[in-house]
Design a protein around this ligand. Structure first.
Ligand SMILES: NC(=O)c1ccc[n+]([C@@H]2O[C@H](COP(=O)([O-])OP(=O)(O)OC[C@H]3O[C@@H](n4cnc5c(N)ncnc54)[C@H](OP(=O)(O)O)[C@@H]3O)[C@@H](O)[C@H]2O)c1
Length: 292
């Protein structure tokens, strides 16, 4: 028997989530503040509820996916909705902080509602596709009991810990890597444009260089727990070498009037690591500039 599912919020992501459940044969009820945005799902077989309470009442597994946690809390807190949720599983797929996830779990527990905090590591077009990653935290028993249904959203469905905040931690960590890379990419593209270098050639070289970048990042992470920051036989580049590279990029950007906020910040963090005595250390020693 396929679980009956309700999806609260049918924006870009919520619509993809509801569609993926429908594609796997789940009976799906959807609710959205702006009803017109839920209508296309009706054609795919979803029932459109007139209220959050009606949607929750129709399901045994309820997914939340709105803009933020405060909005979601305001939808769930009215007494009739909280009552309709009692004894059911609520899966929070709205993006929030680890602390918000813990507070959400505590609220659910105090109302007799089962709760998993989740995070979606994908854009809507990846939902339901092979390799799509979703993270869940909270009760492992609840996760296992509902995993078959959750797999509809992506086959890389991972349980990341009993602390309900931990899906949000990993979400923030991976997104930080994305933002660091994205802003680096935009500064890089600006340098290429200013120097008259073709962006398609930049793009293909970037893809070719990814394995080198990945190996360096993974090595840096592995060195952190033991604070293995001294240059050693596996060190590929020292703090001094990498700091000089950042300063060079900063200068090139300055010459072209490109925003240097990013490279200025990197220079500061490098300088803190150097001041702490890590000039000849492994690149991973820059971590000491991030945390005291
Ligand atoms: N898009 C992505 O690639 C992606 C990836 C990972 C995670 N997420 C997360 O998924 C969630 C939804 O993102 P999205 O991309 O689907 O955004 P979106 O297309 O802008 O949809 C936002 C949703 O929130 C609802 N909403 C906003 N304010 C509301 C309010 N005051 N009361 C009730 N509902 C309200 C919207 O309803 P209306 O239609 O009525 O405005 C809509 O259903 C976010 O937490 C986001 O971080 C998104």
């Amino acid at each position: 028997m396929k679980s009956r599912i309700a999806v609260l919020g049918t924006g870009r992501m919520g619509s993809a989530l509801a569609s993926a459940f429908l594609a796997q044969g789940h009976p799906v009820t959807v609710w959205n503040r702006t009803a017109a945005r839920a209508q296309p799902l009706e054609a795919k077989g979803a029932r459109v509820a007139a209220s959050v309470e009606e949607a929750v009442a129709a399901a045994e597994l309820v997914i939340g996916n709105v803009n933020d946690y405060a909005t979601c809390a305001a939808l769930l807190e009215p007494a009739p909705v909280a009552r309709a949720l009692r004894g059911k599983l609520f899966v929070q797929l709205t993006t929030g902080s680890p602390q918000q996830a813990r507070e959400g779990a505590a609220w659910a527990q105090s109302h007799g509602i089962s709760y998993l905090a989740g995070a979606i590591m994908a854009t809507p077009d990846f939902i339901g596709q092979p390799g799509c990653t979703l993270l869940y935290a909270g009760s492992p028993q609840l996760f296992e009991a509902h995993k078959a249904a959750l797999l509809a959203l992506g086959d890389n469905t991972l349980f990341v810990g009993t602390d309900p905040g931990h899906a949000g931690v990993l979400d923030a960590a991976l997104l930080m890597v994305l933002w660091g890379s994205a802003f680096g990419t935009w500064q890089a593209a600006a340098i290429c444009e200013a120097e008259g270098f073709a962006l398609d050639a930049f793009s293909s070289s970037l893809v070719a260089t990814m394995p080198v970048i990945q190996a360096s990042l993974v090595d840096a992470i592995e060195r952190i727990p033991a604070r293995r920051f001294k240059g050693d036989e596996t060190t590929m580049a020292t703090v001094a070498t990498c700091h000089a590279s950042v300063r060079l990029i900063h200068q090139i950007s300055q010459q072209h009037g490109i925003h240097t906020g990013l490279t200025a910040a990197l220079d500061k963090i490098f300088s803190r690591a150097v001041a702490a005595g890590h000039l000849d250390g492994d690149l991973a020693a820059v971590y000491t500039g991030m945390r005291d």
